[in-house]
Design a protein around this ligand. Structure first.
Ligand code: NDP
Ligand code: OXD
Length: 311
């Protein structure tokens, strides 16, 4: 028996997902959400930023499987029924991409590339003193699937690692802090602050003036989590005052960033277009298909989102 499963994805890219599902799991009849013949028989939907009409069309949904790691968008969807379980992708190729993204940018600052880029613009030749990787302290806000992957990758380069999470963790060689009461101490010991938190009520605006001022002077920020973690005006102020040496942002409060935003021209700021990590097709399809099979068999799927904690 094949199971009809609607998918909601950007129109221009949905075909890649349809092809991958058809090839990898023929027992699931995954089709564009508007092509489903019997919407009332649908229990599982595969979504990324679904419209209101999606939920109206499938009144008997039991679960939605999010085609990304972050669930802030789906959880604040006004039409998401209370009874519908939300599942998210765990890693699905994103861990390796985040490792690359953060390693690249941490090294950019550790190896003075920001300073050398500025020098080249002024035709200047000057060597800055090197610093052993162990003396460059990298701190991860968020030690989940992606944060812990980045932390252990950077450890491999010899950096001194710390991390902050909601629950206390024990990770080999990584100084672990937890909870609001340990945030200040964590921040005070970090040269490169890397954000991989989920966006929740507790983490919104966490990169604000007060918290960023607790970083040592000359620290840098790398945010690849969500734009709403960062108070952009506060970042600009701290970059202009010289408290922060630089920042990298992959996610912005408004995406795409408008062409007339002053952020494009902010000295010390590197902007990338929400590209730090993408859900790879093959592992995502495998995870989703395994989860649907588990739910059909009455078993516990993976990647269950706790709606009351927001991630
Ligand atoms: P996880 O849920 O696996 O990890 C989240 C981590 O954040 C956990 O360590 C959790 O703590 C911690 N955390 C949550 N709330 C708090 C809090 N209030 N205080 C302290 N720590 C907290 O998420 P992922 O690692 O899979 O993904 C992280 C985020 O990365 C996503 O939510 C998404 O926003 C972003 N992302 C960005 C992408 C991009 O391309 N830019 C691509 C993919 C994801 P605990 O371990 O105790 O639960
Ligand atoms: C995600 C993202 O959350 O792409 O997966 O940002």
């Amino acid at each position: 028996m094949t199971i009809e499963c609607p998918i909601y994805y950007q129109e221009e890219s949905v075909q890649h997902w349809l092809d991958a599902f058809a090839q990898q799991c023929p027992h699931l009849d995954v089709k564009d959400w508007q092509q489903v013949a019997h919407p009332e028989d649908v229990h599982y939907g595969i979504v990324w930023r679904p419209s209101a009409e999606f939920f109206a069309r499938f009144p008997n949904l039991k679960a939605v499987l999010n085609l990304g790691a972050g669930v802030d968008g789906i959880l604040r969807h006004p039409q998401l029924p209370e009874s519908v379980q939300v599942l998210r992708l765990e890693n699905a190729g994103m861990g390796a991409q985040m490792n690359e993204y953060f390693a690249y940018h941490v090294m950019h600052y550790h190896r003075h590339m920001d300073r050398y880029n500025a020098q080249q613009n002024n035709a200047q030749w000057q060597v800055f003193p090197g610093q052993p990787a162990k003396d460059f302290r990298v701190g991860l806000l968020g030690l989940g699937e992606l944060g812990s992957s980045v932390a252990s990758c950077l450890q491999g380069f010899g950096y001194t690692l710390s991390g902050w999470s909601r629950s206390q963790k024990t990770l080999d060689g990584i100084k672990c802090y937890a909870g609001a009461e340990q945030l200040d101490q964590f921040l005070s010991e970090v040269d490169a602050l890397c954000c991989l938190l989920p966006l929740t009520e507790a983490t919104r605006d966490i990169l604000n003036k007060e918290n960023m001022s607790k970083l040592p002077k000359g620290a840098v920020i790398i945010n690849a989590a969500r734009g709403e973690h960062l108070v952009e005006e506060d970042l600009i102020e701290l970059l202009n005052s010289g408290h922060l040496r630089g920042a990298v942002v992959d996610t912005l409060r408004t995406e795409p960033l408008s062409s007339d935003s002053p952020l494009w021209r902010q000295p010390g700021l590197i902007i990338t277009p929400h590209c730090a990590a993408q859900s790879w097709l093959a592992p995502s399809v495998e995870q989703i298909s395994n989860n649907i099979d588990a739910m059909l068999a009455g078993q516990q799927p993976s990647g269950i989102v706790e709606r009351n904690r927001g991630y």
